[in-house]
Design a protein around this ligand. Structure first.
Ligand SMILES: O=C(O)CCC(=O)C(=O)O
Length: 199
């Protein structure tokens, strides 16, 4: 995993404030938003991502998910952008459908991702995206092919939430003058928010 992948090169700056993504994110996160996570994930043969979240061990406010007056509201959502096709044998992202709406703890199983009760892999085509709430239990199936999987992951939350990258957890998001210098004002607000709103 390579965090803060847009520090260098500039090829993916367009994902900072990607219009279509923001249309969905702004509807789900009902406050000023910011980007709190960015990862390039490289999945070699036999690599998988362990299942996580879905609240098997209790709930945490930053993974809040609820539906109020017919509108989904969540604290952290993530978009995965797929740079090439990923079939079921090539390490697709997987979810336990409905686990974000559980009233009781979801059943989990230690061991391989594929053995998790109710888990479903999502095969995709190049250019697809998966938008999801962190509250939904998820992971990545084993890459059983010879092809390496490359995906870009971008996490959004309310503007006051600091970095959720592993390397800078709950600290300010890691930026450089070079990155900030090439972004528009609107993009800069997403990585270094200066807004203050009444909550
Ligand atoms: O795509 C994957 O393999 C897992 C993704 C994941 O765990 C995440 O984006 O939080």
């Amino acid at each position: 995993m390579i965090e803060d992948f847009w520090l260098y090169p500039d090829a993916f700056d367009m994902l900072i404030g990607h219009d279509r993504t923001l249309t969905y994110v702004r509807r789900i996160i009902q406050s000023e938003i910011s980007i709190n996570n960015s990862e390039l994930r490289i999945r070699y043969t036999n690599n998988a991502s362990g299942m996580h979240l879905g609240h098997p061990d209790g709930r945490r406010q930053k993974y809040r998910y609820e539906v109020i007056d017919g509108e989904i509201q969540a604290t952290m959502v993530r978009m995965i952008y797929f740079l090439h096709d990923v079939s079921m044998d090539e390490g697709p992202t997987c979810f336990v459908p409905g686990s974000h709406r559980n009233a009781f703890p979801v059943p989990v199983k230690t061991g391989s991702v594929e053995d998790e009760p109710g888990v479903v892999g999502i095969p995709v085509k190049a250019g697809d995206g998966i938008l999801f709430t962190e509250a939904c239990r998820h992971g990545g199936f084993t890459n059983r092919s010879e092809k390496t999987r490359y995906t870009l992951h971008v996490g959004y939350g309310p503007h006051f939430m600091k970095s959720q990258n592993i390397s800078t957890m709950d600290e300010p998001v890691n930026v450089t003058d070079e990155l900030l210098g090439r972004l528009s004002d609107a993009q800069r607000q997403l990585v270094v928010p200066t807004v203050r709103v009444a909550l």
